[in-house]
Ligand binder design. Structure first.
Ligand SMILES: Cc1ncc(COP(=O)(O)O)c(C=O)c1O
Length: 491
């Protein structure tokens, strides 16, 4: 049935995939992964093995007595959330022999930057001295001193010469980026929430579990370089009645970037249409479009008129831009009124970021140190970006839309022979050569699984991350080279 519809109205490529899906082993793995089968909660018969019958309960008699197995009981009332792309990818890699720290693999699936020393970066702390009060809870919205340090960094970076400045009351500290997104999602009321595809994988579950709002996707495609023009944004808001827009900028996974006058227009549109804009600026320092301005970072904070009026919520933190994913210290910046609801939702969701590392983060946000960090980061990641792009070009795998920012490459597989032009199959074949990547369909955020996997416009893509250190990138690309030779791809 779906096949017929796809043939008639849909994408030709999607229809072909649908035809072949049952032949592709890679697709069968995905369909049967935990959380991906849409099994309705079955009505379970009462388990007959307990002795309640003898005590006069209205239950079946256990005969013969046996002990329950996991499948007899299930998880009553609980559902397995959809498996996020990264978990699925790592589960499959483990199944094919990958182990944490195994140097013979190249993990291009890694959504985190390398964390060791990089040339010219300031020294990183190596020890913590704990004060007695750091054993206490920190405030749910974060330490005031850290909130001040974040506000100051944004004022120095983006609000020089502007009248309206951020204060600590515009900042809420959160225990990681996903916790920040969760706090925001928990505070959204009855609204249409727009987002653009492809988008960061964790948005899927986030936009699914909170049932008050209606998530509305807008797919982007390669013909427009995955670019969201202000006019398109305005049209989506207007035509679909959006109350909130959520977007990663720079974009994970495409590495595209809205900046300058266009970003200013985004902010103007949010203000004019009274639309809350959640801008996930997690990669704001991984910028490659200004080689003449080393260390330049990009944020919508630069284009806000009044920090307590414009309905822009910015998410960022130590995870990527400071290469400290393990610290779980991040922040949301926005008008005071929103920040107060972020603190309230944190008080029942997770209770806030850990106290000692909030304290330890303060000196790292000192503007000149943060600038030095950003300069080193851009140089090092710019070099890795070029290395990966050059090697892909030499393998006749040119990147049509090279990243302007982030540490991701959105790789189009359409010129590869079948079945490797399919991201899932390509991913499994890469694992056999000890190279990990992420199939494009995982960025096809599909809340409530309303659309069929085969109809995804991102079947023919994978995301490659150049987050890991150089030696690992070399290993991974060697693996890719072996694979392309094996399948007879002409290069
Ligand atoms: C766009 C984006 N936002 C948020 C996050 C989540 O960050 P954290 O690991 O701090 O939860 C990520 C991580 O990959 C990301 O890519």
């Amino acid at each position: 049935m779906l096949k017929k519809l796809l043939d008639r109205f849909g994408d030709k490529k999607a229809s072909e995939y649908k035809n072949k899906e049952s032949e592709y082993e890679a697709h069968q793995h995905l369909r049967t992964a935990k959380g991906n089968q849409s099994v309705p909660n079955p009505i379970r018969p009462v388990f007959p093995a307990t002795n309640l019958y003898e005590k006069g309960y209205n239950t079946p008699k256990a005969s013969p007595a046996h002990t329950p197995k996991p499948e007899d009981i299930g998880t009553p009332g609980f559902e397995h959330p959809p498996t996020t792309g990264v978990i699925y990818v790592m589960d499959r890699a483990v199944a094919k022999g990958w182990k944490y720290g195994d140097k013979s693999w190249g993990n291009f699936g890694q959504g985190a930057p390398e964390v060791g020393h990089i040339p010219d970066a300031p020294e990183r702390p190596t020890r913590l001295v704990l004060q007695p009060d750091e054993f206490e809870y920190a405030p749910v919205a974060g330490l005031k001193t850290l909130r001040e340090a974040v506000a100051n960094l944004y004022n120095v970076r983006y609000r020089e010469g502007k009248e309206s400045k951020y204060t600590w009351e515009n900042v809420c500290i959160v225990p990681g980026g996903r916790a920040g997104l969760t706090r925001m999602a928990a505070s959204i009321g009855d609204a249409n929430v727009g987002f653009f595809l492809p988008e960061y994988t964790a948005y899927e579950a986030l936009l699914t579990i909170f049932k008050r709002f209606v998530p509305i996707p807008t797919p982007l495609d390669k013909d427009t370089n995955y670019h969201i023009t202000p006019r398109r944004l305005y049209k989506e808001i207007h035509d679909r009645g959006l109350g909130v827009v959520v977007a990663s900028n720079p974009s994970n996974p495409t590495g595209q970037l809205i900046e300058g006058d266009e970003l200013k227009e985004w902010v103007d549109i949010a203000r004019t249409t009274k639309t809350t804009m959640v801008l996930d600026e997690f990669y704001s320092s991984y910028i490659y479009t200004h080689p003449d301005e080393p260390g330049k970072s990009i944020s919508s904070a630069e284009y806000i008129d009044d920090v307590n009026v414009d309905p822009i919520l910015i998410l960022d933190g130590m995870t990527k831009n400071f290469r400290m994913p393990g610290w779980r210290v991040c922040w949301i910046i926005g008008p005071k009124e929103y920040i107060s609801s972020m603190a309230s939702s944190g008080s029942f969701l997770e209770g806030g970021a850990n106290h000692p590392l909030q304290q330890a983060a303060i000196p790292l946000l000192e503007p000149s140190r943060a600038h030095q960090d950003a300069v080193a980061l851009q140089k090092h990641f710019g070099m890795k970006r070029q290395y990966v792009l050059d090697r892909l070009a030499a393998l006749n795998m040119p990147v049509v839309v090279p990243p302007k920012a982030t540490f991701y490459i959105w790789l189009d597989l359409s010129h590869l022979p079948e079945p490797y032009s399919n991201g899932l199959t390509f991913f499994e074949a890469c694992l056999d050569e000890k190279m990990i990547c992420v199939p494009g369909i995982f960025f096809d955020i599909n809340p409530g699984k309303r659309r069929d996997l085969a109809a995804s416009p991102y079947q023919g893509f994978v995301r490659l991350s150049f987050g890991p250190p150089m030696d690992e990138l070399e290993k991974g690309l060697d693996g890719l080279e072996r694979l392309l030779k094996k399948i007879g791809y002409n290069h």
